[in-house]
Write a protein that binds this ligand. Structure first.
Ligand SMILES: C[S@@+](CC[C@H](N)C(=O)[O-])C[C@H]1O[C@@H](n2cnc3c(N)ncnc32)[C@H](O)[C@@H]1O
Length: 234
């Protein structure tokens, strides 16, 4: 078996989400259908061609598991010079964000409702992303569910290969045990280096907008841990 086949199999085993589709409101469904030509991505494409997708050469950042999308909305408005890919399996949330982006006239974002781990592996060219953002991924806090956590060595290695040399991998969580796992996994990945000169977690950077889950965690008295790593330059 080739290394690629082995990787495909191990990636497939991890399902980092529960597909609780929830209900589409009529406006989410209508946005999801009518705005797909504007904000969606052709899921048949072999590899996503960023220049064709955004109609320009730019730094492209991907957010995986964007939830209600407020990070993408804030960053795309704050940085019109960049382009953003948002991946979220919860389709009503994708529909709502399409509607909101359209209302605000934000055109530097494209969205997909596929599994972001598979998208990274199958659709994203190596060394193409200026940054990958994963904020408050599901903590799968019960011991027997820990294996469903996204941040594990194989995934992180594959994800790191998709980031350009010097590009960013920014993670955040409000679950301490997961934060420690993230730090261990990222620190052990030879393609990455910690941007903190103390090799530690960093203070929440102003560049990261507050997320819905973070707000919820803060209300519950949770701490927050940010990890900012970079793909090493050769
Ligand atoms: C705990 S929520 C956090 C949402 C958002 N980042 C925030 O901080 O408010 C995790 C999100 O990741 C999504 N998710 C989990 N695994 C995913 C995957 N493999 N691909 C795309 N989305 C995923 C879930 O549907 C959920 O919306």
């Amino acid at each position: 078996m080739t290394e690629k086949q082995q990787q495909n199999i191990s990636q497939r085993k991890i399902r980092s989400y529960v597909r609780r589709e929830g209900r589409f409101t009529p406006s989410q469904r209508s946005a999801f259908e009518s705005l797909r030509p504007v904000y969606g991505i052709d899921s048949n494409a072999e590899k996503w061609d960023f220049e064709a997708l955004f109609g320009r050469q730019s730094d492209v950042f991907m957010e995986l598991g964007f939830g209600d999308g407020r990070v993408l909305k804030t960053l795309s408005a704050r940085h019109p010079e960049n382009d953003y890919l948002g991946i979220e399996v919860h389709r009503p949330g994708v529909g709502r964000l399409m509607r909101e982006l359209n209302e605000e006239g934000l055109m530097n974002v494209k969205l997909s409702a596929e599994d972001g781990m598979e998208v990274l592996q199958q659709k994203i060219t190596k060394e193409s992303l200026a940054g990958l953002l994963i904020f408050f991924p599901d903590p799968w806090h019960k011991k027997k569910h820990n294996k469903r956590r996204m941040i594990q060595p194989e995934f992180v290695h594959m994800a790191a290969t998709r980031i350009k040399p010097g590009g960013l991998l920014h993670l955040a969580t409000d679950w301490e045990d997961y934060a420690q796992q993230m730090m261990k996994v990222l620190s052990s990945e030879s393609l990455l280096e910690n941007s903190s000169n103390k090799n530690a977690f960093v203070e929440r950077p102003d560049s990261r907008p507050l997320t819905k889950y973070e707000q919820r965690g803060l209300r519950l008295g949770h701490g927050v841990w940010d990890l900012v790593f970079r793909r090493k330059r050769p």
